[in-house]
Design a binder for this molecule. Structure first.
Ligand code: MN
Length: 282
């Protein structure tokens, strides 16, 4: 299934170019706080699946162009991200950073503030006019079941689905969790695709364009730590909960953003989304 969040806390399933509203089935409510409807739906998905399948078969769909898509990851307890998880990205970083650069084996993982998540058609707000802020396109992995001390061989059983992620990053000396956690620095979408529709997450093309010019074009087969290894490592540090989001690292081609840019990502089998870029208003 291809799950979308849209308008005000509504949940839909994509069917061709339409969206079938299933907000009633997942008990999503307008203005809900905390907005945990999607976390509940993910945790309860096995029980909900027959009703969702029936809705997808029998209900009328809304034209997709009549709704405002939101991030299909809402209120995750954590956004866990992988630094330098592609070999070619290490090489390009080495040319920009004076000190010695290592891969993920040395750094482990880092956290981004969940409040940095935004959806399709959001505006990425650059906090500094005079500092380089880069785009990164990444595969997003969403956890489906509470996971602690999971071995890599079992890890895929804990994956709920996949989405597209931009990991926006201010370059500089602050800790990664600061430089990557500004509001709007984690665009996610356009939809959340359940794991049964993507049998191999390590064979997906990742592309990113700025103003129509392609800047990144990589494949998830080139990850240094694959999805099971990322889950194994993280779950030995922290308990993973349904809805937690992994951003699995970026391929090479990372480059700067400027106010006025439009950034588009395409993750194979997940889809395409665009965001605007502007300076943050004082
Ligand atoms: Mn990244």
């Amino acid at each position: 299934m291809r799950i979308a969040v849209y308008d005000d806390n509504r949940v839909g399933l994509v069917r061709n170019e339409t969206l079938v509203d299933v907000s009633d089935i997942v008990s999503a409510r307008d203005g809900e706080w905390p907005p945990v409807f999607l976390l509940r739906a993910i945790a309860d998905f096995d029980r909900l699946r027959p009703r969702l399948t029936e809705a997808l078969r029998s209900r009328e769909g809304l034209p997709l162009d009549r709704v405002q898509l939101r991030a299909p990851v809402v209120f995750p307890s954590k956004v866990i991200a992988a630094p330098v998880n592609y070999r070619l990205h290490i090489e390009e970083m080495r040319s920009q950073v004076k000190n010695e650069l290592h891969a993920i084996e040395k750094y482990g993982l880092f956290l981004k503030a969940p409040s940095s998540v935004v959806g399709p058609d959001a505006t990425v707000e650059l906090p500094f006019a005079d500092r380089r802020t880069d785009h990164e396109v990444e595969l997003g992995v969403v956890i489906g079941k509470t996971a602690r001390n999971v071995a890599a061989v079992d890890a895929m059983n804990y994956v709920f689905g996949y989405t597209g992620v931009m990991d926006i990053t201010v370059r500089g000396d602050e800790d990664r969790s600061t430089r990557k956690s500004f509001d709007s620095f984690t665009p996610v979408g356009p939809v959340l695709v359940t794991a049964d529709e993507i049998p191999d997450p390590h064979a997906l093309q990742l592309q990113l364009w700025v103003n129509g010019e392609r800047r990144q074009n990589g494949n998830t087969r080139d990850m240094i730590w694959n999805v099971p290894r990322l889950i194994e490592y993280a779950s030995h540090v922290m308990t993973l909960y349904p809805g937690d989001l992994f951003s699995t690292g970026t391929p090479d081609g990372v480059g700067p953003l400027r106010a006025g840019d439009q950034v588009t990502i395409d993750v194979e089998r997940i889809g395409r989304m665009s965001v605007k870029v502007d300076l943050r208003k004082p």
